[in-house]
Structure formats: structure tokens, C-alpha cells
Design a protein around this ligand. Structure first.
Ligand code: SF4
Length: 363
């Protein structure tokens, strides 16, 4: 039944795209890129509709200097808690996993709560906090409730998603984006309203979409429909999970614990109001203050790596001369090849899949 519906929508996509100029649709989220690649959705698009990946991989966008500073702490004997994805991302000289092999005190955790539990042993520790709006409330609520041991400090590398989308549309002039698939998970926190500025200010259709293949296909259909009928607006396709106002309580926790600041994105530079810093009342948890960390310098990209261009929609992984030659999921040279949300890692695993393998669209 699902396949019949999908076929019908795909046919409509082809009808809508007929006679249109070339259309570029950016899927913000790494999980959307996974769905597009794993289900071979690109292979059923009309020739003039290109699906490009966006910046929605939280470990890909953390500057190398943050990794370098965490490694410095860990080599000094301060225990660094990190997520598994971040563990393997290259810093300027090495990753946290390589540092651990050299004796650094690095421990992989699944959540901030795990870090809190482990830090109750009293050892001087740091939690490497990364992620978009989805992961921030669970950390913020613990901080606000004072449920964090004082020997556990936080490196805040949290980033916000609407400001980077604004940055791409305002500053990356050589990429013309005609429609955006907004991140579903993030929008459960921010609400769909966080994306209203896209049609209002940039005259671009935006669809908040879920993560089933039909969600993405419906989003593409809706974007083309809006373009065709000049009906540009925000459409929430993921209304089964996302409300207009989002999770107000969760976001209140984030805003109580953190303040919004300008922040660097790996290989891109400073993006206005796109990061989170701990508020003064919680400064006792701030690793940056406690250890005088400097998130400056660092080597974000090695020669040849086009990860920043991939994140900004300027390049595909296959445009990178290192892709699957020296840079592979088993030996990543750039951050986009590490995480399951990294575009290069996704293309390395599923980039050549065609529709019919995982979506079974044949008659
Ligand atoms: S394939 Fe590797 S080196 Fe090339 S852009 Fe991707 S992460 Fe960077």
C-alpha cells in the first residue's frame, strides 16, 4: 500500500518538475541524507531536481580547536567524557581515540547522565558537550537543577540550527537553494515556527519532515508544488511529532542554563548567534573558564578535504579527491567521514544504492 502511494507521489513530482528550471533542495539533517541515500531517493528524481546535503551533522561542525583542547586536558590526566561519534573525529593532529591510545584519559559515554554518574567518583572530569537543539535540554535541565557534581565541567560546543541555515542563504552566494527540508528531530524542540523566516525573508519553501522515505518524498513533492504555484510557505509534514511551538519547557531549560553567542563552525568560521555558552550563574561548570581553554586556531581541514563545502551544499563527497581513496569510514581524514550523520560516511556506505533495493518500487 505504501509503495503504491509513493509511486503516485513520485509520478506527481515528475509532473511538477516538468518545464521547471534546475531545482536544488537542501536536506538540512544528516538523518535525512541517510534516508535519501539508503533508499536511493536521488535515483528516482527528475533530472532537474537535485537533492543536496546540508550542515546537519553535529560532530562535523565542531572546530578542531575544541578537540585539541579536550585532548590537552585528557593528556593532563583530566578525564574527558565524549560521545562515540566525536571520539573518532580528527582534531588538528589526532582524534580523541588516538589520544587515548597515547595514554589520554578519554571515556566514551552515551549520555550526559552517564557522565554525571561516573563523575560521582570525585575525579576531575570534563564533558565534551556537542549537538544541536535536540541534545541540549537534557544537559541544561541537569545544570539548572544543580544535579551535576562540581568536579564535572562542561565544554560547550553546542550549536543552533536556524542561524547556520540563515548563514548559508545570506553568505554562500554560489549555492542557489530553491527549497529546504528542515530537520524533524530538532523541530520537536524548536517548533516548526523556527523555520518561518525561510519563506518570509528568503522566499524559499520549507518543509519540516520526518524520517521515513515517504516523509522525504512528500517533502520534495510539497516543495515543488509550492514553487510551481508560487505558494511559498512553511509546511509541517511531521505533525505527528512536531508542534508549531515545539517543546517549550525543554527550550526554557536551555535558555536558563545557556546564553546564545556567536560561534565557530568547522572550516566555515564565525556564525552569528549560533552557539551556546553557560550563563554566569553556572560558571562553576564551565571548562573554558576553569582551564583557560582557547578555541582558536587549530587545523579544521587537511589539504584536499572538502568537508566544509559539503556541509554548505557547495560540493558532493564525490567532488573530494580523497573520497574513498585515502578517506574512508575505517580511516576518516575529515569530520564528514566519521559519524552516521556525516554526508561522506553516508555516501561511502550507500551512495550508489538505487531505488528498488531498499524501497522496492518496482511493479
Ligand atoms: S571524503 Fe573525507 S577528506 Fe573528503 S570531504 Fe569527505 S571527510 Fe573530507
Amino acid at each position: 500500500m505504501l509503495n503504491i502511494d509513493v509511486r503516485r507521489i513520485v509520478r506527481k513530482i515528475h509532473e511538477l518538475a516538468k518545464d521547471m528550471d534546475d531545482i536544488k533542495i537542501m536536506g538540512f539533517c544528516g538523518t535525512h541524507e541517510y534516508v535519501i541515500s539508503y533508499y536511493g531517493i536521488r535515483s528516482i528524481m527528475p533530472d532537474n531536481v537535485e537533492l543536496i546535503a546540508g550542515p546537519g551533522c553535529p560532530v562535523c561542525v565542531v572546530p578542531a580547536s575544541y578537540i585539541d583542547e579536550c585532548i590537552r586536558l585528557a593528556l593532563d590526566g583530566i578525564r574527558v567524557f565524549t560521545y562515540g561519534d566525536m571520539y573518532r573525529v580528527p582534531g588538528s593532529k589526532m582524534s580523541l581515540s588516538q589520544a587515548r591510545a597515547e595514554g589520554a584519559d578519554v571515556k566514551v559515554v552515551y549520555s550526559f547522565l552517564d557522565a554525571i554518574k561516573l563523575a560521582r567518583d570525585g575525579k576531575e572530569s570534563v564533558f565534551f558537550g556537542i549537538g544541536f537543539e535536540t541534545t541540549q535540554p537534557s544537559v541544561a535541565s541537569r545544570i539548572v537543577h544543580g544535579d551535576v557534581p562540581e568536579n564535572l565541567k562542561i565544554v560547550s560546543a553546542y550549536r543552533l540550527t536556524p542561524p547556520i541555515m540563515r548563514y548559508i542563504l545570506e553568505k554562500v552566494k554560489d549555492v542557489k537553494i530553491n527549497g529546504i527540508i528542515a530537520p524533524g528531530h530538532v523541530s520537536t524542540i524548536t517548533g516548526s515556527k523556527a523555520w518561518e523566516f525561510l519563506p518570509k525573508e528568503f522566499k524559499i519553501p520549507v518543509v519540516v519532515a520526518g524520517f521515513e522515505p515517504y516523509d522525504v518524498i512528500i517533502a520534495i513533492f510539497e516543495i515543488l508544488r509550492q514553487i510551481k504555484f508560487k505558494d511559498l510557505r512553511l509546511f509541517n509534514e511531521y505533525s505527528r511529532a512536531v508542534r508549531e511551538e515545539g517543546n517549550v519547557k525543554a527550550w526554557q531549560y536551555v535558555m536558563k542554563a545557556f546564553r546564545i553567542s556567536d560561534a565557530s563552525w568547522r572550516g566555515i568560521g564565525l556564525v552569528e548567534k549560533s552557539g551556546l555558552e553557560l550563563r554566569n550563574e553556572f560558571i562553576k561548570y564551565d571548562a573554558k573558564v576553569e582551564y583557560g581553554l582557547k578555541f582558536k586556531g587549530g587545523r579544521d581541514v587537511i589539504p584536499g578535504c572538502r568537508c566544509a563545502d559539503v556541509i554548505l551544499g557547495r560540493a558532493k563527497p564525490t567532488d573530494c579527491p580523497l573520497f574513498l581513496k585515502v578517506c574512508r569510514p575505517s580511516s576518516p581524514k575529515g569530520p564528514c567521514m566519521v559519524s552516521s550523520e556525516g554526508t561522506c560516511a553516508i555516501w561511502a556506505r550507500y551512495g550508489t544504492l538505487k531505488i528498488g533495493i531498499n524501497l522496492n518500487l518496482e511493479e
